[in-house]
Design a protein around this ligand. Sequence first.
Ligand code: ATP
Ligand code: LTN
Length: 329
Amino acid sequence: MTKQRAFSGIQPSGVIHLGNYLGAILPWVRIQNKYESIFCVVDLHAITIPQDPKELTESTYLTTAIYLASGIDPKKSIIFVQSQVPAHAELAWLLNTIAHMGELSRMTQFKDKSQKGNAENTSVGLFDYPVLMASDILLYQAGIVPVGEDQKQHVELARNLAERFNNRFGKTFIIPNPVIGKTGARIMSLDNPSRKMSKSDSAGSYIALTDSPEIIRKKIMRAVTDSGSTIKFDPKREGLFNLLTIYQMLSGKTESQIEKHFAGKGYGDFKKELAELVVTSLAPIQKKIDYYMKNRRLLDRILKTGATKASRIANSTLTEAKKKIGFVS
Ligand code: ATP
Ligand code: LTN
């Protein structure tokens, strides 16, 4: 039997932060050894919020460089840019005709990003965002969708659209399953630990993968914690719990090993050690990011190969879907 397929993506808008890395990219690196994996830079999604054209180009290269620097291997996985495979927009249109206004209106990301129902100035693209995401996943017949916690509802919609299409036109799409890690699937903001770390928030709230050691140290030392003193994994102490989760994921140590290590020490000592751990964990990745960013031709070549391979799979599914609908070929 052929391997199951995994598909996921990140928007090239703004920075890639530690939440994206721990919640998405790091699991992908492991997943690529088990599944036939496809990782996309989803620029069509990014433009649902206005983007500066020059910054979009830069961010597309940077996101690709971060995938590669983090260990996504183009020999094992397909890496490509969404807008280079036209089938994504085409299948999204077909799925639009079976998606319901009601279910899209209930998407929490849409509600958050449309500034609480300010429909007048919200793009139709932002409303349609989850349908395009369903198209991404269904085109590749992906059974596995590794994402952070916040994307669960979108993958659920992709499942519903796949089932609806299959029921109406006959089996066409594999029903995808979200894969969400036990730890790290929801890294919280450093300055407001009741909100998720997000690239659309202020710079003090996240650690960008490209932040310098000085900035990383400053951001961690300033991170919001409580007035307690012991270093313990307690979900009720949200700020500390979040920092401990980051420590755990980067060190590979267990909760009890970490608690033992910091017994008798205070928040200041813990934060200092965490800052050094983040700095040393990101240093080799940052070196590789620099290498790829200085080699645009190499990035272009990798992306072109990726788009060719992705198109082959995507076009075959699209042809099948159009045939099922009754389009003349
Ligand atoms: P925004 O906050 O502006 O919506 P984002 O920071 O969520 O953007 P995306 O490109 O939307 O970035 O997310 C890419 C991937 O990173 C997704 O799989 C998402 O679930 C995951 N992710 C995003 N934020 C976090 C977080 N704080 N913790 C863990 N995973 C996250
Ligand atoms: N909406 C996702 C990015 C995304 C995605 C996908 C993730 C677009 N298409 C397909 C998994 C599968 C986000 O992280 N904001």
